[in-house]
Design a protein around this ligand. Structure first.
Ligand code: SIN
Ligand code: FE2
Length: 207
């Protein structure tokens, strides 16, 4: 495992999870997806479909709907509460977040085909003192991250299966996105593709 600091507030652990841990996590994710299936979110206002499919684990799920972005406790299609986060993800957060409270949302992004994610900020959380922790599984992806304004310089690097990225502090509101996914670069996920698991604290813990 190699620990890199691509910029202030950004830490990248290369292959933080070994292949066995990745395989176990994919199995756990697939079991939970049977309860909380992937669905295709819609952009605010336009209602245009995302190219990624999403679901969530944990008490709160992040939702994008024609009415806007929001956190909610239930799946938009099944109406059921989101399944609990796999213990391995809670353990990962405890190991890397450097934040004393549990994450409340695990957003699951599935990239297949031409799916990508435009530059955006994660800013629907109250607890901006907590970092964003993100784990990549499956195909390689070109990740781009810049500063806290949409214009201005960015850098990009490849995220590979097992890599863990944390951005917080001065980078907590950094613009970031996925330019492209390299189809067929990993055999980890049955059916191919890339799964990104993003862990976030949403509410500010009571003092
Ligand atoms: C996201 O920012 O929601 C996803 C990032 C990624 O897929 O690595
Ligand atoms: Fe994001």
């Amino acid at each position: 495992m190699v620990r890199l600091e691509p910029g202030p507030g950004i830490v990248l652990w290369r292959e933080r999870l070994d292949r066995a841990a990745q395989t176990a996590l994919v199995a756990a994710v697939r079991a939970l997806v049977a309860e909380a299936p992937f669905y295709r979110p819609q952009m605010p206002k336009s209602g245009a479909p995302f190219s990624v499919e999403e679901t969530n684990f944990g008490p709160l799920g992040w939702l994008s709907e024609p009415g806007g972005y929001r956190y909610g406790a239930t799946h938009p299609v099944t109406g059921k509460p989101w399944p609990a986060m796999p213990p391995a993800l809670l353990a990962l957060w405890q190991a890397v977040a450097d934040y004393p409270h549990e994450p409340e949302c695990c957003l699951v992004n599935l990239y297949r085909g031409e799916a990508r994610m435009g530059l955006h900020q994660d800013r629907d959380e109250e607890a901006l003192e907590a970092p964003v922790v993100s784990l990549s599984l499956g195909d390689n992806a070109r990740f781009r991250i810049g500063g806290t304004t949409r214009k201005g310089p960015t850098q990009s690097f490849l995220l590979q299966s097992g890599d863990v990225l944390r951005f917080g502090g001065p980078a907590r509101l950094a613009f970031h996105g996925i330019d492209k996914v390299v189809a067929g670069s990993s055999t980890l996920i049955p059916g191919g593709g890339r799964i990104n698991l993003t862990l976030r604290r949403v509410t500010r813990p009571a003092a």
